[in-house]
Design a protein around this ligand. Structure first.
Ligand code: SF4
Ligand code: SF4
Length: 465
């Protein structure tokens, strides 16, 4: 992963520096001695799921029967794990059971979800390092990468997983998450960062940053490519939309299987089809913005930009995708966007819940335009809320205490003019009267029919004469 800079000097990535610090791995656990410790189910998760999995050796359609997925937690709150386990399109369950035709089964190694623990849990990780795993693997990171060289210099670590006999003289040593990533990334079919901490650095790398926290991309360097030639894939969000992650995983599985091209990613490694738009463009409050109608406090139904929403400049799809199972999502439930999917989060968005300075220009223009557009739309909306027959009779037969006044002369004239405009390109306009879709319904003809209608209905007409 080391690269040569334009001035010819050798540039070591943070991953290179960490591996230089620790040196090569020379010892693994003695598998004969692992025993049952950490095996309450007396079985690996892979073996437990295999009998009920849909994809197996006999049903596979492509070259891959399974892909191992190693999940690591760096400087994280585990929120990414929580949101991904709530994903529904597709769900984690469907991926680990191989329920998607053609996609290989995902063998998930997750420190919280797996039934095995301790050295037995770490065993497949060691096999991946030593090239003994029975299939390709991907690595997944939630949380940011700490600069573990700082902690290791004092004999400690910030985030780690598993004790390995990698210490001096084969002593057990807790292996940092960063070290696992540095060792496994070169052989991985793909390296995925989930959540804003792993994708950009996030909260742990905010101003001050005592741990030297950074993203997976920063850690591995810009020249990093997986064994399949893929740079780091980034699915940001704090917490991310679980479906964004599982859908990306499914797309990558089909690519690895050879059933599809590499999905499209943007210049920051985000899935383009998920992060190509600003959240504002699909916001449920967008029309309020356009009409210059703004909330003054939380709980109001209008656009939230004046109380701190950054949606117009933030790449996120949560308003259209929902938070879980298509439901929820910041502005859908009353929250302003604080830019949690963005590389600049949090430093460039603080203080939260204060009006973004740049919104002043656009909201002022929207207010001016909206002050004209809103009454005009209201005017047309009133007209569209009337059946033509009611216009002809000058009355609305609603029993819901409708108290709106009937349109006056000015209103009637303007609506007739509007109607002419609307139908000006209608090629059938010569055959039908422009005012009303049933021009043959004149007051006179309707009143001719009125007695019959009344008799048939057996009711008293309440129409005006
Ligand atoms: S609430 Fe935010 S994202 Fe929604 S319309 Fe207003 S500024 Fe745009
Ligand atoms: S709308 Fe904003 S705060 Fe909400 S998830 Fe998207 S980027 Fe984060």
């Amino acid at each position: 992963m080391a690269r040569t800079a334009s001035n010819g000097t050798d540039q070591r990535t943070p991953a290179d520096l960490l591996l230089d610090f620790h040196g090569p791995v020379e010892r693994y656990h003695d598998r004969e001695e692992l025993g049952d410790f950490g095996m309450p189910a007396r079985a690996f998760m892979e073996d437990l799921l295999e009998p009920i999995a849909k994809a197996g050796a006999m049903s596979r359609l492509g070259p891959l029967e399974k892909v191992h997925a190693f999940w690591f937690a760096g400087m994280s709150c585990d929120g990414c794990s929580v949101s991904v386990t709530g994903a529904t399109s597709p769900s984690v369950e469907s991926l680990v059971l191989g329920a998607h035709p053609g996609a290989p089964r995902v063998i998930l190694h997750h420190p919280v979800l797996n039934v095995e623990s301790g050295a037995n849990y770490m065993r497949p990780h060691e096999m991946a390092l030593s090239g003994e795993l029975d299939g390709p693997y991907v690595i997944i990171l939630e949380g940011s990468i700490a600069d573990e060289t700082r902690a290791a210099a004092d004999g400690g670590y910030w985030s780690g997983q598993g004790e390995e006999p990698w210490g001096p003289d084969g002593r057990m040593r807790t292996v940092s998450t960063a070290e696992w990533m540095a060792r496994l990334a070169p052989g991985a079919a793909a390296s995925l960062a989930i959540g804003t901490c792993a994708t950009w650095g996030g909260v742990p790398s905010a101003e001050g940053n005592p741990t030297g926290a950074m993203s997976l991309m920063d850690f591995l360097g810009k020249d990093y490519r997986s064994a399949f030639g893929v740079p780091v894939v980034n699915i940001p969000g704090c917490a991310p939309v679980g479906d964004n992650f599982t859908e990306t995983v499914a797309a990558i599985l089909y690519f690895l299987q050879g059933f599809g091209p590499l999905p499209e990613f943007d210049e920051l490694g985000r899935p383009s089809w998920l992060f190509g738009e600003t959240v504002h463009r699909h916001c449920v409050r967008g029309a309020y913005y356009e009409e210059g109608d703004f909330a003054e406090e939380f709980g109001d139904k209008e656009c939230l930009v004046e109380i701190g929403c950054w949606g117009p400049v933030v790449n996120c799809n949560i308003t259209s995708r929902g938070a879980i199972n298509g439901v929820g999502g910041c502005m859908n439930v009353g929250g302003a966007c604080i830019g949690c999917t963005m590389p600049g989060f949090p430093d460039k968005f603080t203080p939260f819940y204060k009006r973004p300075p740049g919104s002043l220009a656009s909201s002022t223009v929207a207010r001016m335009v909206g002050s004209i557009m809103r009454p005009l739309r209201k005017y047309s909306n009133n007209n569209m809320n009337r059946e033509v027959r009611w216009d002809v009779h000058g009355d609305i037969p609603s029993g819901w205490a409708r108290e709106k006044s009937e349109p006056g002369v000015v209103s009637e004239i303007s609506h007739r003019f509007y109607d002419k405009l609307r139908r000006s390109t209608d090629t059938g306009r010569n055959e039908v009267e422009p005012w009303g879709k049933r021009a043959e319904w004149t007051k006179e003809r309707d009143s001719d029919r009125e007695p019959d209608l009344t008799l048939r209905a057996g009711a008293t007409s309440g129409r005006k004469e």
